[in-house]
Ligand binder design. Structure first.
Ligand SMILES: [Zn+2]
Length: 427
């Protein structure tokens, strides 16, 4: 195989995905492999681009061959020595790159850090299948909406005072203790976090039927007195109640977590032990290869309430601080803009390469010392490894790129920018 070759991702039809060709996942998968038909009644939630055994990428012109087969035929060439030594695999990439098309809220969740991941896996391997941490980053490709981290303490307090059902669910004593405590200057930051933890824990430990009763009353109130909530929050509660009627997430998510909006090109890095959930929109997502999830709400799956309540950081950083700001990519040059999203972990970085809607623009990327996956998300052009023949690069096309390989890209589309996303690992 050459150093740059086309691959096919694996679409996943989870129920929360956008339906049929409304889904970027379906469109990309079909554009990359026209033999794949789009069922207009089916949800297309995720497109996996990696070596995960559950849904491995395959080679475009030989679908019987997996990307991991090619990698294991010459790990030194396709992963590089530093990645092999650091992560210990001669077959698999250290990251999984995905496209997500979100129609319905995903479960509110948090991921363990490395030490908690190891503890949970030792104690309960059925629910925590590996001992790894699971850093994740989302880069919006359309307008994107999510929950990320706890709201500032006083904002939660304001909602607690204003919304009777929230107050009743938490209980008058604890609500009062929280209200007084968080504004006390003599109380340490840590003690204030404990108050937040107590409120969150109280909600999570309330039986589902009791939560559902308060939720029904609160949803009714969003219609009768929308001014109590404000229009954005009233709309959010109504939408998510339609998706998960009476769910605890209406309280622990809508009323306690930051409701964030990202524009195309904005990114969010999800720290370990921070609660989050994706609500709507299309994103590129990159994560370390792991399945460790601690769930809190909007899910029919197992919830480990004890672990969840005890393990969150309860930090209340502003939304802007949670965003992963892009920086310059020093190895890119030419007629394209490069934006590098480089979170503070080893497993991955994501690069956006964008050409104006103009034919014939050319840009170059010097090699990086690790494997990459590249996907074209809009427009069309060509891509070539240095000294190799140029290949068509159209919307939905995906490529694997070996370490230390310089690539040249040129744009062809005049109706849309030519945009590529590249995930890579470099230590
Ligand atoms: Zn997550």
């Amino acid at each position: 195989m050459s150093s740059l070759f086309p691959i096919l991702g694996a679409a996943q039809n989870y129920a929360w995905g956008k339906i049929g060709s409304q889904s970027a996942v379906a469109r990309y998968a079909h554009d990359n492999d026209p033999s794949l038909s789009i069922d207009e009644s089916e949800p297309f939630a995720e497109l996996w681009m990696g070596t995960h055994p559950k849904a491995p990428a395959v080679i475009s012109n030989d679908k019987s061959k997996k990307l991991s087969d090619v990698i294991s035929s010459d790990p030194e060439k396709y992963l590089g020595q530093s990645v092999i030594s650091r992560f210990g695999s001669k077959t698999e990439l250290p990251f999984l790159f995905k496209v997500l098309s979100i129609n319905k809220v995903l479960s509110i969740q948090a991921h363990p850090d490395k030490s908690l991941g190891a503890q949970l896996h030792a104690k309960d391997p059925d629910h925590y299948p590996d001992s790894n941490h699971k850093p994740e980053m989302a880069v919006a490709i359309t307008d994107f909406e999510a929950f990320c981290g706890f709201q500032p303490l006083d904002q939660i307090d304001a909602l607690l005072q204003k919304i009777p059902e929230f107050h009743q669910l938490v209980g008058a004593d604890l609500a009062q203790k929280y209200h007084v405590g968080i504004s006390k200057s003599s109380l340490s930051k840590n003690d204030k976090k404990k108050l937040l933890q107590a409120v969150f824990g109280q909600i999570m430990k309330t039986p589902e039927d009791v939560v559902a009763k308060y939720a029904a009353n609160m949803v009714a109130r969003t219609n009768q007195q929308p001014e109590v909530f404000g229009s954005v929050l009233a709309d959010l509660i109504q939408r998510l109640n339609q998706q998960f009627p009476g769910d605890v997430g209406l309280f622990c998510g809508c009323l306690m977590l930051n409701h964030c909006f990202l524009k195309s090109g904005e990114a969010m890095f999800l720290q370990a032990r921070e609660p989050h959930a994706y609500i709507s929109g299309d994103i590129m997502e990159c994560m370390a290869a792991s399945d460790n999830v601690i769930r809190a709400g909007f899910t029919p799956k197992f919830k480990d309430v004890e672990t969840l309540v005890s393990s969150l950081t309860y930090s209340t950083d502003p939304v802007e601080d949670q965003k992963q700001k892009p920086v310059a990519f020093s190895r890119g040059s030419g007629d394209a803009q490069f934006a590098l999203y480089d979170p503070p972990i080893d497993e991955f970085s994501v690069l956006q390469v964008k050409f104006d809607s103009k034919k014939g623009n050319v840009a170059t990327m010097k090699g990086v010392d690790g494997p990459s996956i590249i996907i074209v998300t809009e427009g069309s052009g060509e891509i070539a490894a240095k000294d190799e023949k140029a290949q068509k690069a159209e919307t939905g096309h995906i490529f694997f790129l070996a370490p230390r390989t310089e690539v040249v890209m040129s744009s062809k589309s005049t109706d849309a920018p030519f945009t590529l996303y590249r995930a890579f690992c470099e230590l």
